[in-house]
Write a protein that binds this ligand. Structure first.
Ligand SMILES: NC(=O)c1ccc[n+]([C@@H]2O[C@H](COP(=O)([O-])OP(=O)(O)OC[C@H]3O[C@@H](n4cnc5c(N)ncnc54)[C@H](OP(=O)(O)O)[C@@H]3O)[C@@H](O)[C@H]2O)c1
Length: 327
């Protein structure tokens, strides 16, 4: 079968290549999926460029991609909850990474039936970004009437997070650039802050939650705009102590400046490292079928143009998700 593989670390042009590889074998709890669409995530190109090689060591060459939708074409001996022909979607676990390919094996713990009303491309857009947004927002207990700032509302994670925060009844501020203001507003954000013309710290103050999807100064500056006792929930900042422990980082202490800000604001700070979760995907499918969440797609590339698709995503200006179609 054909697969888009990371063949070495380096620039995307040098590191990615379409290769002929063996079809994956399935274990007792796996389904074999004929891939119809895969969506791309920043972690994919960060892996290919070698930025995460200490944290997520890879045995190269290896097929890229975590998000997928497709059709079940074979069942492992112990699989009970799926049938041949089922249309599924998933964020595969690390050991089964490799969704930008004609076929992928997936442990059933990580797969769910895709939303009935979504195309394969739309379904593939949802898993990693959706699970990340839900897990990061639930980690700080988002609830009705919370005032939240979601950074990068036009990104893959941000565009899902806005919709989810509105379902929870929150009052949503979000940042994006001028060209995206109108369509991000249409996702339900109450106040879209154009970071080209406005300083978000002047507009959003006294917040219950900041969702930090940008990192560095954005993580620290979030403490300027939360109320005392508020929360900063990050997906790109330094680990909190609980997450560090889960990631096996022994003897970890919070960076001093961050620890001081948490203390000064009596704040909660969390870093979420998304975990694949089929039950949450089932909930996402229900929300999508009810029309409460809309998958947001920027561009769809054919499989042959996979490298260009990753180069586009890595420019950092995607409007929602970038998809590779194999139909
Ligand atoms: N911890 C985890 O488990 C986890 C999971 C998923 C993602 N992540 C990380 O979270 C980050 C976001 O992921 P993503 O998939 O949403 O990325 P993405 O889709 O590539 O984000 C692109 C978006 O970011 C916006 N943006 C860039 N700079 C901005 C700024 N200064 N202010 C406001 N918006 C800005 C861009 O809008 P403009 O074009 O308008 O600038 C663009 O729409 C990535 O670093 C990713 O690696 C972590």
């Amino acid at each position: 079968m054909k697969a888009l593989q990371i063949i070495q670390y380096g620039t995307l042009k040098d590191s990615l290549s379409i290769q002929e590889v063996e079809k994956p074998e399935i274990k007792a709890n796996d389904i074999l999926v004929e891939v119809k669409a895969a969506s791309l995530n920043p972690i994919d190109y960060k892996l290919a460029e070698g930025h995460l090689k200490d944290m997520v060591p890879l045995n190269l060459p290896t097929t890229i991609g975590y998000d997928v939708s497709g059709i079940v074409i074979a069942l492992g001996d112990d699989v009970q909850n799926f049938e041949l022909g089922d249309e599924i979607y998933a964020r595969v676990p690390q050991e089964q990474m490799g969704t930008v390919a004609e076929y992928v094996a997936i442990n059933v713990k990580y797969a769910a039936k895709k939303p009935l009303n979504s195309s394969f491309e739309e379904a593939a857009a949802l898993p990693l970004a959706g699970l990340t947004a839900i897990q990061a927002l639930e980690r700080v207990g988002i609830k009705k009437d919370d005032r939240i700032l979601i950074h990068a509302g036009s990104g893959g994670v941000g565009s899902f997070a806005i919709q989810y925060a509105k379902i929870k009844g929150a009052i949503v501020y979000t940042t994006t650039s001028t060209k995206n203001v109108d369509w991000v507003k249409a996702l339900g954000a109450d106040r879209v802050i154009d970071y080209k013309t406005e300083n978000y710290q002047d507009v959003a103050e006294n917040l219950d939650i900041v969702f930090d999807t940008l990192g560095n100064d954005y993580t620290l500056d979030a403490f300027n705009i939360i109320k005392d006792g508020g929360s900063v929930t990050s997906i790109v900042g330094p680990p909190d102590e609980e997450t560090a422990k889960q990631m096996g980082m022994t003897d970890y202490t919070l960076p001093e400046k961050l620890a001081q800000l948490i203390e000064k604001k009596l704040a909660t700070y969390k870093l979420t490292w998304m975990q694949p979760n089929a039950a949450q995907l089932q909930t996402v499918a229900t929300m999508v079928d009810a029309g409460a969440i809309k998958p947001i797609i920027d561009l769809i590339y054919p499989f042959e143009d996979g490298v260009s698709a990753y180069e586009y995503l890595a420019e950092g200006s995607a409007k929602g998700k970038v998809i590779i179609s194999l139909t």
